[in-house]
Write a protein that binds this ligand. Structure first.
Ligand code: ATP
Ligand code: MEV
Ligand code: MG
Length: 367
């Protein structure tokens, strides 16, 4: 089978407001980062499917004939982009030798890859031999959407290789772009990858990974925010490992246990996102003032308290908030929390090189 070789990349993201609340139908605001994940897909004639994941030290291959045995018997449907095929996931878990609910980094990455590979190529009746290599500038599992960037790259590359969407490389125009339909398909398959890695994702991370820019996400509705003021945000990685899957499940457990306490917290986070969006639009229409920054900073503090109530804080994130606040700066966790990264809003008058040394050395002493 002839497949199209390609190189893809997708950005990571930072969530300004709305993490966790967005999983339960509330608004989130998220922005893409200039830290990316890259993928190279090569056609081979080895009758093997190989995956190289240097960030997680994983290099594996399978015989195509073995993978073919995982496809459903003729007549059965595969390749439904709207639903995770539980039977295929079960077969893949058996192949990889992991149980349901695994948190193993490698297994989740492999399951997501094989799931999208089999689903996308099942329709063509033939599984091609190929090598996929993925590497990233994003820290893995630190709240910057590494799983989504990985899933977006897989979806875009495998759809393109299979000919389901046009290959941009074959287009003479170096500025060629996919249209809305192709982007939507990439986003949907990336969401399936996220479902395998996360369990219950909202879809905000793969939306940013697919479309980039800054956007509002609400129950699957993606609204790009086209005119926003330039905000400077410092990212700090606490280097405390954590799993999005576990944290998302933990918030759900708390909701089930204390619905009358946690639901209002999620609603309040929704209001924080909406107030932030309103403030950003005022900053775009008028000249940004110190009062606008006061509001943005207060929203950050309020949201960080809410995230602590949800149980997704961590002492290292508390330290980040304390150390930055001592210098007049406001921070919150970003992404799933429980460690990982935090964001700190820098006012326009804060020179990064001025704050960088005392601030970062203070931070590095702790982490
Ligand atoms: N470069 C990569 N190579 C292979 N697998 C990756 C890579 N980046 C991410 N992954 C997969 O994604 C998982 C991490 O996803 P997780 O959702 O827990 O963290 P995150 O996406 O970085 O943070 P968040 O979801 O809070 O933004 C890893 O365990 C691995 O399975
Ligand atoms: C914690 C969460 O809200 C954001 C993770 O980046 C999970 C999700 O929305 O899928
Ligand atoms: Mg993730």
């Amino acid at each position: 089978m002839h497949i199209k070789e390609c190189i893809m990349s997708a950005p990571g993201k930072a969530i300004l407001h709305g993490e966790h609340a967005v999983v339960h139908g509330n608004v989130a605001l998220a922005v893409s980062l200039n830290l990316r994940t890259y993928l190279r897909l090569q056609a081979t004639s080895t009758s093997k499917v190989c995956i190289n994941l240097p960030n997680i030290n994983t290099f594996l291959s399978w015989d195509v004939t073995k993978l073919k045995q995982l496809l459903p018997d003729s007549g059965a449907e595969l390749g439904n982009v709207n639903e995770l095929d539980a039977e295929l996931v079960r077969r893949l878990r058996d192949l990889v030798g992991v149980s349901n609910g695994t948190l193993d980094t490698r297994s989740m990455a492999i399951l997501a890859f094989l799931y999208i590979y089999l689903s996308v190529f099942a329709g063509s009746g033939e599984l091609p031999s190929l090598t996929v290599s993925v590497w990233s500038e994003l820290p893995t599992g630190a709240g910057l959407g590494s799983s989504a960037a990985y899933s977006v790259c897989l979806a875009a590359a495998l759809l393109s290789a299979s000919g389901t969407i046009p290959s941009l490389l074959s287009d003479q125009e170096s500025t060629a772009r996919w249209g809305e339909v192709e982007m939507e398909l990439i986003n949907r398959w990336a969401f399936q990858g996220e479902r395998i890695i996360h369990g219950n994702p909202s879809g905000v991370d793969n939306a940013v990974g697919t479309w980039g820019g800054i956007l509002r996400y609400h129950s699957g509705k993606i609204t790009p925010l086209n005119r926003v003021p330039m905000l400077r945000i410092l990212l700090t990685n606490t280097k405390v490992p954590r799993s999005t899957k576990v944290l998302v499940a933990g918030v759900k457990d708390k909701m089930n246990k204390f619905p009358s306490i946690i639901n209002p917290v999620l609603e309040s986070v929704n209001a924080v996102s909406c107030t932030c969006e309103q403030t950003l639009s005022e900053m775009t229409n008028d000249t940004p003032t110190p009062e606008h920054y006061n509001i943005l900073e207060e929203l950050i503090d309020i949201n960080q308290h809410h995230l602590n109530v949800m149980g997704v804080g961590h002492p290292a994130l508390d330290t980040l908030c304390r150390v930055t606040l001592a210098r007049g700066l406001h921070s919150k966790l970003t992404g799933a929390g429980g460690g990982g990264c935090g964001i700190t809003l820098l006012r326009p008058d804060v020179f990064f090189y001025q704050c960088q040394r005392p601030l970062l050395s203070a931070l590095m002493n702790r982490f």
